[in-house]
Design a protein around this ligand. Structure first.
Ligand code: C2E
Ligand code: MG
Ligand code: MG
Length: 644
């Protein structure tokens, strides 16, 4: 409470009263001195006028007619004659007045002090309990916000209340700015959220409407983040996102792209748009190379190892760039176009950037169209399987049939798996589709198995999403049991790139499948750049060398050497080698010379319907099947030469 007002009022009144008392007493004293004839006669010619200070004091005491005579101040009473005056000594009168007034003043002060104390006492009695109650209340309020009040014993209730109220005000101010911050920022990464980011873009673009300034959005999406989440758990994934945000924040700062509100800690030019999507806004783009340089910097930063406890994780990102005003005129359209460009980067191989161009929009529309159509096709059962034989070069006996999914669209006709499988994987539709593929492949193989083909296997492609979401051991065994098929009739193909991300838990399950008799193949080997040491520890039986790799080896001696080394290494690791995509007899001869005995490719056969396979194998070679447990697949005669 502010006390200065009553205190100053009291001082003013007290001073006034003292003054009045003093003046009155002083006048009386002067009268008394005159009546007692203590007047001094002063020759005016011997006297001086009083000093300014003396004049001031005597003016305050309302007796300003003074003279200085022999260094003593006198009050002039009256003119005696032309040259002399009757006067009274000033100092003794002042002193005697002071002595007379002092007791009265002391009594008065004591009474005033007494009144003040009694008043304060009664005030305390009256307000004390309610102040204490308020103190307790404010203390409770502080503890709600986790703030403990300091030890204030010895301080008055009012001071304590004052302190608590100040603390509460501080808490309220902090809380307000925290709430504002939370409303605009992503809780996990502390980056601006999508909404605040778009608003910021709006403001910037509005501001520069009259004089449009080039700017750019970098849309960043992590590659394979879903697998990280699935394999290591969500809290692990969260940690990765926090580290990604940290790396992006330092890029934004080092590249001088920062934009902050004066009273906010939020970095408005960097946002987490949701999930594993981030965006950077380059507000003033000097030239388009600037966006590209920053994009490259972002990609290389995100490719650096992420260290979490004892684990080291590698991820990459795909990045789309859209430039304002060339790519789009509004913030949300700009972000959308950057998103489209990012999709293109994903489709073109991941870990790269793409700059938006209008034809990309049609790609995205195609993506969404196929996604919807695929949903319908799965429920309507519009998929079929084709089977491509993998044969042993000596005698053309069938070792495996690779089951390959086919989609005959009512309007589009045949849509290639190369186009729809990536979309199915990205949208997780591969889970439902993959369930059907495994069941259907096992159903078909069961029919051939029961017809005597007990040595051939059906080989089914499994995607990384399935490995992450399906309990792979139980899922496979259940499909086999449903069709009454032994595990020795099945092979699972997993691409090399999926194997790189596979968790130890999944590896363990694959190991159990192998122990039961299911074979595991590493598909498209040579394209995933996995390390050879990784290969030694994988639970695999078969290595399928990618067809691109083989066709390169025909023209390029370096590839030839690498192919040679891969085959040698596979043989040392006791792995069977299948050569994919053999189209020419020269390729076959090369692979035979390198010791490869399992061959797949158009030279032997294109993928065929189950009816065709049935006709070709079962109908014509029953005796052979009965003797060997598998059929033979004579290659297309027109293509073959020599004794193959
Ligand atoms: P993949 O598993 O490596 O399958 C081999 C692909 O090579 C097949 O293409 C096959 O038709 C093709 N091919 C075989 N021999 C030759 C040849 O001599 N020359 C050429 N140019 N191509 C040959 P397809 O059926 O178009 O499948 C492409 C990819 O789609 C597959 O590659 C596989 O990764 C994926 N895929 C196909 N079916 C399935 C499936 O049922 N499930 C999953 N998850 N993926 C599948
Ligand atoms: Mg395959
Ligand atoms: Mg392959």
């Amino acid at each position: 409470m502010k006390l200065w007002k009553p205190i100053s009022l009291f001082i003013i009144l007290w001073s006034l009263l003292t003054y009045v008392l003093f003046i009155q007493s002083f006048s009386k004293e002067v009268q008394q001195s005159i009546s007692q004839q203590t007047l001094t006669i002063i020759e005016e010619s011997n006297a001086n006028s009083a000093s300014p200070i003396e004049k001031f004091i005597s003016a305050i005491l309302l007796h300003d007619n003074t003279l200085n005579y022999q260094n003593t101040l006198y009050l002039v009473h009256q003119q005696k004659d032309a040259s002399s005056v009757q006067a009274l000594p000033f100092k003794p009168i002042v002193l005697s007045t002071l002595f007379k007034v002092l007791p009265t003043l002391i009594v008065l002060s004591a009474v005033a002090l007494g009144f003040a104390l009694v008043g304060a006492f009664f005030q305390r009695i009256k307000t004390g309990p309610s102040i204490d109650a308020m103190c307790r209340k404010t203390e409770q309020m502080m503890s709600i916000y986790g703030q403990r009040s300091e030890d204030m014993t010895g301080f008055s209730g009012l001071s304590q209340l004052n302190y608590h109220l100040k603390s509460l005000l501080q808490i309220a101010a902090n809380h307000k700015s925290q709430t504002e911050h939370n409303a605009l920022c992503d809780r996990l990464t502390q980056l601006t959220d999508r909404h605040a980011f778009l608003e910021h873009l709006n403001t910037v673009i509005d501001r520069t409407e009259k004089d449009p300034q080039q700017s750019a959005i970098l849309f960043i999406d992590l590659d394979g983040f879903k697998q990280v989440n699935d394999s290591f758990g969500h809290s692990f994934g969260d940690e990765i996102l926090i580290q990604v945000a940290e790396r992006l924040r330092s890029i934004v700062r080092s590249q001088n792209l920062s934009f902050k509100d004066s009273d906010s800690v939020l970095e408005y030019n960097l946002a987490r748009l949701g999930g594993d999507e981030f965006a950077i806004f380059i507000q003033f783009l000097d030239k388009s190379e600037q966006a590209v340089n920053i994009a490259r910097h972002v990609l290389s930063e995100l490719e650096r190892d992420f260290v979490l406890g004892s684990k080291i994780i590698k991820i990459s990102a795909s990045l789309g760039i859209a430039v304002y005003p060339d790519s789009a005129a509004t913030p949300s359209a700009l972000v959308q176009m950057a998103d489209v460009a990012m999709y293109r980067a994903k489709a073109d191989g991941r870990g790269i950037y793409r700059i938006y161009s209008p034809e990309m929009g049609s790609k995205l529309r195609r993506y969404h169209y196929l996604l919807e159509e695929m949903r319908l096709a799965i429920t309507a059962n519009n998929f079929t399987l084709s089977f491509q034989p993998i044969i042993h070069v000596d005698g053309s006996s069938i070792s495996y049939f690779e089951a390959l999914v086919r989609w005959q669209h009512p309007v589009e006709g045949n849509i290639s798996p190369g186009e729809f499988i990536p979309i199915a994987e990205e949208s997780n539709l591969i889970l439902d589709l993959g369930d059907w593929i495994l069941d259907e492949a096992c159903r078909q193989m069961a029919a051939w198995y029961n017809a005597g083909m007990r040595k051939a296997r059906i080989s089914v492609n499994i995607s990384g999403v399935q490995l992450a979401h399906r309990p792979i051991y139980d899922w496979t065994i259940a499909a086999l049991n449903k069709m009454g098929l032994p595990p020795s009739s099945l092979m699972l193909e997993i691409t090399e790139s999926c194997f790189i991300d596979v968790s130890d838990e999944v590896k363990g399950q694959l190991e159990r499948l192998r122990a039961d008799g299911v074979m595991i193949a590493i598909d498209d080997f040579g394209t995933g750049f996995s390390s050879l040491s990784l290969l030694a520890n994988l639970p695999v039986d078969v290595l399928k060398i990618d067809r691109l790799f083989i066709s390169e080896a025909m023209q390029n001696p370096k590839y030839n050497n690498i192919l040679n080394s891969i085959i040698e290494l596979a043989q040392r690791l006791d792995l069977k080698v299948v050569a994919e995509g053999i189209e020419q007899i020269e390729q076959l001869e090369l692979l035979k010379s390198l010791g490869v005995v399992y061959i797949q490719g158009y030279l032997i056969s294109r993928p065929q319907s189950s009816m065709h396979v049935g006709d070709k194998v079962l109908a014509k070679s029953q005796n052979h099947i009965a003797q060997t447990g598998t059929g033979i697949w004579p290659p297309e005669k027109s293509r073959m030469i020599g004794n193959f």
